[in-house]
Design a protein around this ligand. Structure first.
Ligand SMILES: *Cc1c(COP(=O)(O)O)cnc(C)c1O
Ligand code: SF4
Length: 346
């Protein structure tokens, strides 16, 4: 990782792609990773620091400049800030909140592979993320054990080759697009060769966090695959969609990819009808269809984001009265042992 001097951190990187914007890798390694710098840059009261440091010790701060630029300085209630600022509340131990709420470890036949649902498998294509979301259900995930080497990829690919019921490969992580284009191009070429695979799905937050990630090198391998492409973004609030994100979505769509979005229902971020309606409208303007609205997975350290089920169902019922049907996300929960996400409410 490149260590940046505080002077460099002061410089705000424009979110529009331009020749003097650092490449995405530099933006990734230059992300703010120090709670003190985060508070300072956003002109927040230093009283937040002790709590931020305690949360940071559990799951480190990581916020790229392009995302930081969308946060209102001086506003501790900013919905984007809430997603990235560690709080003392993360140290609370709350009954029912555990380190591996989805019991994914039990569905991993090989390192780097999770096969829980029929017909599709999840490949952990990169152990890291461009941003560390405080509510993340993978905040305790043993990533180091799940970053496959070439030899391990061969085993994962063999698993796919010998099971003709698998039609879809989902690149996940961490964030798969945190991987280099060289590695991704290699992997997608191997997937292309498996005759029964029909679809390539990519679950990523990178186009939102660092829109410059959607560059020519990425579009190159994405355009080259014979597989049908679905990109599932992760956006929780309309303020995350600035012009650079809209452009990144347009570049992705230029490859023929279908763009969907999943959100997590989060206390203090998007737990009201107006916010959710605006998000759906803004997504569609960017050419993205709402897919899932997840209730929070009960992971240790994230209980302060929880919205109770009855409230979540009431919110979505009210949302349905405001939105066109195709702008409605499906409210779901992930229940360990089930063969699909479980719908909530009607
Ligand atoms: C969510 C998930 C999928 C994809 O499920 P869809 O309902 O098809 O979006 C696949 N595998 C795992 C392990 C998942 O958690
Ligand atoms: S981008 Fe996704 S996987 Fe990464 S920290 Fe955020 S929620 Fe977790």
């Amino acid at each position: 990782m490149i260590t940046r001097s505080p002077a460099t951190l002061q410089r705000v990187i424009p979110t529009q792609a331009s020749t003097d914007t650092p490449g995405w890798q530099a933006q990734l390694s230059g992300a703010v990773r120090d709670p003190h710098v985060l508070l300072d840059r956003l002109k927040l009261d230093p009283n937040w620091l002790p709590g931020a440091e305690r949360g940071h010790a559990l799951f480190e701060v990581r916020v790229p400049e392009a995302y930081l630029a969308r946060i209102r300085p001086g506003d501790p209630a900013d919905p984007l800030l809430r997603q990235v600022l560690p709080l003392n509340a993360e140290t609370d131990s709350v009954r029912g909140f555990v380190s591996d709420p989805l019991e994914e470890a039990e569905h991993s036949p090989h390192p780097g592979l999770i096969h829980k649902y029929p017909g599709r498998v999840l490949l952990i294509a990169s152990p890291t993320c461009a941003i560390n979301c405080r509510y993340c259900f993978r905040r305790h995930f043993p990533y180091s054990e799940n970053s496959p080497s070439r030899a391990q990829w061969d085993e994962v690919l063999n698993y796919l080759r010998v099971d003709p019921s698998i039609q879809e490969a989902i690149l996940s992580g961490g964030d798969p697009l945190a991987s280099s284009d060289k590695r991704l191009a290699w992997l997608v070429e191997r997937l292309d060769e498996i005759p029964h695979l029909k679809r390539l799905r990519i679950h990523t937050r990178l186009p939102v966090v660092i829109p410059d990630r959607i560059d020519d090198a990425l579009l190159g391998w994405l355009n080259a695959t014979r597989l049908q492409k679905v990109v599932v973004l992760h956006i929780n609030h309309a303020n995350e969609i600035d012009d650079a994100v809209v452009d990144a979505c347009a570049r992705l769509r230029s490859t023929g990819a279908t763009l969907l979005n999943q959100s997590v229902l989060l206390r203090g971020v998007n737990d009201d009808v107006e916010t959710l309606a605006t998000l759906s409208e803004r997504l569609f303007e960017a050419g993205v269809l709402p897919y899932y609205l997840h209730v929070l997975d009960p992971v240790t350290g994230a209980a302060h984001f929880d919205v109770p089920d009855d409230e979540a169902i009431a919110l979505v019922d009210a949302l349905r009265e405001q939105l066109a049907g195709f702008l409605m996300p499906r409210l779901v929960r992930e229940v360990p042992g089930e063969n699909s996400k479980t719908p909530l409410g009607g």
